[in-house]
Design a protein around this ligand. Structure first.
Ligand SMILES: NC(=O)c1ccc[n+]([C@@H]2O[C@H](COP(=O)([O-])OP(=O)(O)OC[C@H]3O[C@@H](n4cnc5c(N)ncnc54)[C@H](O)[C@@H]3O)[C@@H](O)[C@H]2O)c1
Ligand SMILES: CC(C)[C@H](C(=O)O)[C@@H](O)C(=O)O
Ligand SMILES: [Mg+2]
Length: 355
């Protein structure tokens, strides 16, 4: 199979984790006789520094014309004071919106070897297997107006959704549940927000089409608690943009590190952008110690969701599992008797495990 992959390493640790994922994909291409070509573009602060904007139209076009996109991370203190419309994060929001990547899948899976690496009790963590389905192109992130008013003495952000925007993500949640444990938790704040009350109505209406899926509504505040006290309760969680952002970072703690969490952002035809859940980690950038596994597992999601290369995707997941089982890990994880290695060494172990 021939595939053209557009890579956007971005800022901070982005280029370090991207380099690792590309090496792993090259090994997969060799083993399974595929031809993967890679083309690199600029996004975030790296793009701002060169083009004066965090994502220019040319780069967006190149991304659109690829078979899939891999993205590292954007942002960092160097750009904290640039104009709000030119912040690195705006480049990420623009590519999500322009490509219609409304469905953000964030799996939370615990590797057996890493159960002791979580600050939570082993009995709570073991067996956690959650899929977050986060709405990615609407809500507070994109609603207008979003501005200061009254000479800077008042401020407004807007949480806006159309019926169609909620329906398509809720449907994605139901479909995902049918492929897993047939259980869907819809997370909202319906005791306060009108947008959440409409969200609930839509979930209830859709549930008629999915009689085998057990549906529950849950408030976001108590869900934040339950994720930590009883993560095994959850199968698929569908939720709006900001709630999904916050809950997925929280859930990363169950797995031992945010450096393990991959994600897929998909449009309605299955085209996708794949990126780790974590950010540019400026505190460790350039030190060869960032955990590359979230990026590598994002590449595995790309093989599965956009290229439908299931064996190849599983080969990466198994090699990550094997690498961890043999005790190798980066500095963000604390495993008794394990061996702390650099980013590059971790990538090498993963590659060597793809036999
Ligand atoms: N998708 C993205 O590009 C994305 C996501 C989140 C944050 N950001 C941006 O990143 C910048 C930093 O944000 P932050 O510090 O709040 O979040 P962050 O995820 O970058 O870092 C939070 C903490 O987790 C650690 N960490 C993150 N990823 C790691 C990895 N792979 N291996 C080991 N440790 C890891 C960091 O060292 C840091 O201590 C901000 O500019 C923010 O806007 C970008
Ligand atoms: C960088 C930021 C815009 C982004 C988000 O909030 O969606 C990040 O936190 C994420 O989780 O991908
Ligand atoms: Mg986030």
């Amino acid at each position: 199979m021939k595939k053209h992959i557009f890579t956007l390493p971005g800022d901070g640790v982005g280029p370090e984790v991207m380099a690792g994922a590309i090496e792993v994909l090259k090994k997969i291409a060799k083993k399974y006789n595929h031809e993967f070509t890679f083309e690199e573009g600029l996004i975030g602060g790296a793009a701002y520094d060169v083009h004066g904007t965090p994502l220019d139209d040319k780069t967006l076009d190149r991304a659109k014309n690829s078979d899939a996109i891999l993205l590292g991370a954007v942002g960092g203190p160097a750009w904290d004071n640039v104009d709000k419309t030119l912040r690195p994060e705006q480049g990420l929001l623009k590519i999500r919106k322009e490509l219609g990547l409304f469905s953000n899948l964030r799996p939370i899976k615990v590797f057996d070897k890493l159960i002791p690496a979580s600050p939570l009790k082993e009995a709570i963590v073991g067996g956690t297997d959650i899929l977050f389905v986060r709405e990615l192109t609407g809500g507070l992130y994109f609603g207008k107006p979003s501005e200061r008013k009254d000479g800077g003495n008042s401020v407004v952000d807007t949480l806006q959704y159309t019926r169609e925007e909620i329906e398509r993500i809720v449907e994605y949640g139901f479909e995902a549940a049918t492929l897993r444990g047939n259980k869907l938790t819809s997370v909202d704040k319906a005791n306060v927000l009108e947008s959440s009350r409409m969200w609930r109505e839509i979930v209830d209406a859709k549930s008629v089409d999915y009689p085998d899926v057990e549906v529950e509504h849950a408030l976001v505040d108590s869900t934040a608690m339950k994720l930590i006290t009883d993560p095994g309760h959850f199968d698929v969680v569908v939720t709006e943009n900001l709630f999904g952002d916050i809950l997925s970072d929280e859930a990363s703690v169950i797995t031992g590190s945010i450096g393990l969490l991959p994600s897929a952002s998909l449009n309605s035809s299955g085209f996708g952008l794949y990126e780790p859940v974590h950010g540019s980690a400026p505190d460790i950038a350039g030190e060869n110690k960032v955990n590359p596994l979230a990026m590598i597992l994002s590449a595995a999601m790309m093989l599965k969701y956009t290229f439908h290369l299931t064996d190849e995707s599983e080969a990466i997941e198994q090699s990550v599992d094997a690498a961890l089982k043999s005790g190798f890990h980066t500095a963000d994880l604390d495993i008794e008797g394990g061996k702390t290695v650099s980013t590059e060494e971790m990538v090498e172990v993963v590659i060597n495990n793809i036999k």
